[in-house]
Design a binder for this molecule. Structure first.
Ligand code: GLN
Length: 491
């Protein structure tokens, strides 16, 4: 029952076969049993979860069900929640309690969802493996010696291990899609501006976007539909975004007439042969479903990682200047003066990767280097956006691998930031262009999941969902679950 989708659970609730309280109890029991091994949750208050579930059952009895009535949802520790801590898995925010709910949290509460807790992540969402978390690595349920991906690793692991049926993540350069791929679940990064960023702790404001991490495509549609929509309090939330008929988009069962672009820059030497075989087979399957595969080129792809690692750290260095020991989180002891307080609080509170980004970003923005780095990166960003615009004159959607490799071992890449940065070669361009992207499971490589990424033009999440739903209906991969694990045992 734990491995059921949101859609199945909603039906069971509707038919009276279970209650929100029963569901909450079931997932709380799984969290208690398996979180010590997986470290997917960094905060879970069982009493508070049960209280929400009771309130949901009472609401249903009196008024009927809202869109997500009684459905348990976990959220990444980056979302401000007025109940419980919000720490972004950083020592600098240890013990921080947000004064208000993020817009998406308000949306979930208004829809009747039961929030089951905060999930582990890379510190300030900077990472691809969840290893920079101040709360320690999260583990991949398919193989507990491996990373779950990052930065939304806790959300991905929690869904894959059925500690929750669904979760929210955020994606700045791949942080929803890459861990979804590595944990064998579905992850949807919406178009930039589709979902409000209010109350989401900022990493790189022109790239950050929240989205769904789920067991099925339809669940991703349900959750995205719930959290998206205009928010006047976020200036980058789109006021006139074309709407999507979220659930109807998932009814598609074939790909008749669909033109799928296969960019040659995303099928490169050096990617894992097993991942490549899985994605090749997936495209064959799409052909069998009626799609036409069109070879395309996105010629500036090779510059995406470099441009991202100028733009994202630049924005981060500005966003993270607010953590100075004055208003938020950690303050050093016995500061000698104001400057000492700033420098020591920041030195003690931030981890190594966060400091690396702040230094890189401050350098790229500094006078004398701005034109050579930041400005140049922004120009590259425009070229990358144009690549996609041109491609979408030829094709309806683009299909690529999500990650060039399956999950790697904990510790394998921590000494080499550049190798770690390459984890996101296939996801970063999508953020730079502001496009929607979806990852879904498409095969197994030596017992570890591989992911297929779909990319669509801005505001065309409906196309992603339609293609992914048709593929899902024809293949078994989304139904695979890791063997249950107990401490010390392999999945
Ligand atoms: N792995 C990328 C980074 O470290 C992307 C992170 C993200 O999307 N939040 O910046």
């Amino acid at each position: 029952m734990a491995y059921r989708s949101l859609t199945e659970l909603a039906d069971q609730l509707e038919r009276g076969e279970t209650t929100a309280v029963e569901l909450a109890q079931q997932y709380l029991a799984r969290i208690e049993a398996h979180n010590p091994t997986l470290n997917a949750f960094v905060h879970c208050d069982a009493e508070h979860v049960l209280a929400q579930a009771e309130a949901s059952d009472a609401y249903r009895a009196k008024h009927g069900a809202r869109a997500m009535e009684g459905l348990p949802i976990a959220v990444k520790d980056i979302f401000c929640t007025s109940d419980g801590p919000t720490q972004c898995c950083s020592n600098i925010l240890k013990g921080y309690h947000a004064p208000y709910d993020a817009h998406v949290i308000t949306r979930l509460k208004e829809a009747g969802a039961v929030l089951v807790g905060k999930t582990n992540m890379d510190e300030f969402a900077m990472g691809s493996s969840n290893e920079t978390s101040a709360f320690g690595s999260c583990r991949n349920p398919w193989h507990t010696d491996c990373i779950p991906g990052g930065s939304s690793g806790g959300s991905a692991a929690a869904v894959a291990a059925a500690l929750t049926p669904a979760a929210l993540g955020t994606d700045t350069g791949g942080s929803i899609r890459q861990p979804a791929s590595l944990c064998g679940i579905t992850g949807l990064k919406p178009t930039y501006g589709r979902v409000s960023r209010r109350g989401i702790i900022a990493f790189a404001s022109s790239l950050d976007q929240a989205g769904a991490m789920t067991r099925t495509v339809r669940d991703a549609a349900l959750l995205t539909g719930t959290i998206s929509g205009h928010d006047p309090a976020d200036a980058t939330s789109a006021a006139d975004a074309p709407d999507v008929d979220w659930l109807a988009a998932c009814e598609t069962r074939d790909m008749q007439g669909l033109r799928i672009g296969r960019p040659k820059e995303y099928f490169i030497d050096g990617m894992d042969p097993g991942v490549r075989a899985a994605v090749d087979a997936a495209l064959e399957q799409c052909k069998a479903l009626g799609a036409e595969i069109v070879d395309i080129s996105l010629p500036h792809t090779q510059y995406a990682v470099a441009a991202y690692y100028v733009i994202a750290p630049s924005e981060a260095s500005a966003n993270l200047s607010r953590y100075d020991g004055v208003r938020f989180g950690h303050r050093c002891e016995h500061p000698e003066d104001l400057l000492d307080m700033y420098t020591r609080s920041r030195d003690e509170g931030f981890g190594a990767e966060v400091k690396r980004r702040i230094l890189t970003g401050a350098f790229a923005l500094s006078s004398g280097y701005y034109d050579a780095y930041y400005l140049k990166a922004q120009q590259v960003r425009t070229l990358i956006r144009q690549d996609f615009q041109q491609a979408f004159e030829q094709v309806d959607v683009i299909a690529t691998p999500t990650s060039p490799v399956p999950a790697f071992r904990i510790g394998e890449k921590t000494d080499d930031p550049l190798t770690m940065y390459l984890s996101d070669v296939f996801t970063i361009a999508v953020n730079l262009a502001g496009l929607p992207g979806l990852s879904q499971p498409c095969g197994m490589v030596d017992g570890l999941p591989a992911g297929l990424q779909w990319i669509a033009p801005a505001w065309q999440e409906g196309r992603l969902l339609a293609a992914a739903a048709a593929y899902e209906a024809a293949t078994p991969w989304h139904q695979q679950t890791p063997a249950d694990f107990t401490a010390g045992e392999q999945a």
